[in-house]
Design a protein. Sequence first.
Lengths: 262, 229
Amino acid sequence: MTIAATEKPLLAAHELTKYYGRQVGCRGVSFALYEGEVLAVVGESGSGKSTLLQLLSAQLEPSAGHVRYRMRDGVTRDLAELGDAERRFLFRTDWGYVHQDPMLGLRMAVSAGANVGERLMAVGWRHYGDIRGTAMDWLARVEIETGRIDETPHSYSGGMRQRLQIARNLVSSPRLVFMDEPTGGLDVSVQARLLDLLRGLVAELGLAAVVVTHDLAVARLLSHRIMVMKGGEVIETGLTDQVLDDPREAYTQLLVSSILPP
Amino acid sequence: MVALDITDAAKTFTMHLRDGLRLPVVAGVNFSVAPGQCVVLAGPSGAGKSSILKMIYGSYRCDQGRILVCHGDAMVDVATAPPRQILALRRQAIGYVSQFLRAVPRVPAIDVVAEALGRAAIDDGRTRAGVLLRRLNIPERLWGLPPATFSGGEQQRVNIARGFLPALPILLLDEPTASLDSRNRDVVIDLIAEKKRDGVAIVAIIHDDDVRDAIADRVIDVNQFAAAA
């Protein structure tokens, strides 16, 4: 069994470019992402990785270039040409978006159960018992005590909120998840738990993911491939161990050699 | 028939943080391995033995030459294969036992081993992982613990179990017996002999003369691949 030459990418960026006025957000980014593949985008603050993530997830309009996505019906579409209803469908079901700050990804005024159940209702679930049961399952999967299902996220710790955000995103069985510094701002021990959980879920569910991170250890643990960004451009790409063990560009060598071993 | 065929492969590191210092590692690497054959790479530290293994596995990029790996009915050139193809090779064709276990926080030893068969087969994997861990004398009370706190020898045996569990046609071994006592060294010699009987092509780095004599069909002196500085 070899890889099928006929397999089509799930997501493909072509010469993706964004200017903020005269300032470059990102420039000329092209790549393809296949089902089940995890791509890490690494680089320092201001390198354009968050801009790229917003372009890929149709939250920003590119100045040039385009993003194509293979919809569930198998047809590949340009994100810029999607109607509002189609875009909403992607956001609510086929995609997940994990923010660094869980308060941006959660509804803080409603219960944990409702946070998870909301995406099920968006795809037409109406039976209260089923929704609650599934929400309960997902809380358990992300290691949140199910007895706390009726509390709002205000009473949760940072790590719990982040895990709740992940449950909320994954409950609708998305095929693609965007993550923006998913472990940023968490204590190291909390980070390890979250990373292990994410690693397990991504492998188990066969998710494709684009993970923006400045933490090379996160990239090493979660991703198959790495894209290194600097000044808005992609300067190096390759297999994760290739880029981290045999970095080719001066900037990547600097990044890799700047890590302090524990 | 060959499982692995390397022609004129070369590798140089360019250290940009040292004013672009060029560090030649190996050049003119030529050898091939047949199914069921064990080739041992010999030479002093720094001669490039581990680098050659990493080039075959695709974690070091190959600047020049070809590294053909038998994958199903096709020969795939690792030196030019796209990342997805290399990942497929690692799932289906090439196993690798690194010098040190890269421990992941929170993952118990039994799962570190079982995961080598993929998450989908984790239950079957755990059963078979247990058999290997027992053979390698890792006490059952340690199986549920993450290996980060294990001794060097225990970590290496977990690493060996992980590498030997999947039935892949090519196996790369980077000093698998370096930190083992003689009892466990003998177990590894047996495991390697079994792999050879199953037709697995093996490339190994072994410093221990007894182990080398027990497993090697051919010894290649890596000094002959020294790159001109």
